[in-house]
Design a protein around this ligand. Structure first.
Ligand code: SAM
Length: 383
């Protein structure tokens, strides 16, 4: 690997790590998180964290909650103490454990964080098992396509590395561990950033003016909503609203959803087929359109537009809106993650506007989030 490519890989890895750590639920002191982030800048450090998960080091230290000698940390998986020490040396350097004597280690906030399911999933699936092999090959992939901006769900770096021609959503179910990890990741991908329900004027823009009388009236459809965490959050925040709430996704994803059926109905569907629910007040889409090319999105959006009632139905898109300069690092890195996983991209305001216009929509307003998270794009079908 040339120095330049290695440096790019490390920068990218750092971004991925930064993104994933940024998404950790706040169970630890912020200063610890930043310290650990700063330290864990290279593939070797990330590799050691990944090995430590397999060796059960974080779990053992967290359970003991006291200084633990090396032999005790190596024991759970029968690891050679020398190998465990090589891993722990690095973990101590980046604050994932602390050294409190020779070959004796104590848990830190990061140790405990690495026993949280979402953190493990991030490190294992997103960063290491799928992310790393793919990102290591991205430079070669881009050389092969003469540095054209890649797009298309079956011809990306992931397909190049995994030697598949499947769309990621059809490839993941062939790897049951990844399926569970991926669904868990989706539930935590907003991390500690505030939910749109905290800052978007839901009452004024969506609930006022909603016609929810009659049994069939649909208030909100979460279009490809995964296992339904966003709709469940909506139902919890607005428990008294009238009107049906519907969760749509692929059948195999809905089967894994345990949303409360007294509030939320499930409807298997396909983004590329006509939207089965007509004239809902709100069609909500989070992190869907950034998975696809403009061409695929036009097809998706046109299927949706066919079901929307002009002047009444609203399309609420929760996505990053990239700044034209001084783009937040989190968003710039997510853009690369989209290349790595979906062969797609994040979009700027102008790109979103162009896409939506081309599919028969009018953007009513771009709503900016308080921090560096996803914004809300409010759109309606054109009159
Ligand atoms: C990035 S996830 C976003 C899920 C959810 N909206 C969220 O933000 O957590 C994309 C979702 O699209 C779904 N999906 C992919 N292809 C689909 C298709 N052809 N029809 C319906 N859903 C699809 C996946 O199952 C997945 O749940």
């Amino acid at each position: 690997m040339s120095d330049l490519v290695a440096a790019e890989a490390i920068d990218h890895l750092y971004g991925q790590l930064s993104h994933s750590l940024g998404s950790f639920q706040k169970q630890h002191h912020e200063a610890d998180r930043l310290k650990a982030l700063k330290a864990a800048q290279g593939p070797t450090q990330v590799m050691c964290v990944r090995i430590a998960i397999d060796m059960g080091i974080f779990v053992t230290l967290t359970e003991r909650n006291r200084p633990v000698p090396l032999a005790e940390l190596a024991a759970p998986r029968g690891a050679s103490p020398i190998l465990a020490e090589r891993v722990l040396r690095v973990l101590a350097g980046i604050g994932y454990v602390s050294e409190c004597g020779e070959r004796t280690y104590a848990p830190t906030a990061m140790t405990r964080q690495m026993t949280v399911r979402l953190s493990i999933v991030m490190m294992m699936f997103i960063i290491f098992d799928v992310g790393m092999p793919t990102l290591a090959k991205v430079p070669e992939f881009l050389r092969r396509i003469d540095f054209h901006n890649p797009e298309g769900p079956t011809t990306g770096a992931l397909q190049f590395v995994e030697r598949t021609d499947k769309v990621i959503w059809d490839w993941i179910p062939g790897h049951p561990d990844y399926m569970e990890s991926c669904n868990t990741f989706k539930e935590g991908d907003r991390g500690s950033r505030p939910s749109w329900l905290e800052w978007f004027p839901v009452q004024e823009r969506l609930l006022d003016g909603a016609c929810t009388e009659g049994d069939g009236a649909v208030l909100m459809v979460d279009v490809a909503g995964g296992r339904g965490h966003d709709l469940a959050a909506f139902a919890a925040k607005f428990p008294d609203v009238e009107g049906r709430l519907l969760l749509e996704d692929l059948p195999r994803v809905l089967e894994e959803s345990s949303v409360d059926a007294t509030w939320i109905e499930k409807l298997p569907f396909d983004l590329f087929k006509p939207q089965p629910l007509h004239a809902a007040r709100v069609y909500y889409m989070k992190f869907i359109l950034h998975d696809w090319s403009d061409e695929d999105n036009q097809r998706i959006l046109q299927q949706l537009a066919g079901a929307m009632q002009k002047g009444y139905s609203k399309l609420i898109i929760e996505e990053f809106v990239l700044a034209d300069r001084d783009c937040a690092m989190l968003q710039a890195m997510w853009d690369w993650e989209m290349l790595v996983f979906c062969n797609s991209m994040e979009r700027s305001q102008a790109q979103w506007t162009r896409l939506l216009e081309s599919a028969g929509f009018r953007v009513m307003k771009f709503w900016s989030p308080p921090g560096d998270g996803q914004g809300i794009i409010e759109a309606e079908v054109k009159e």
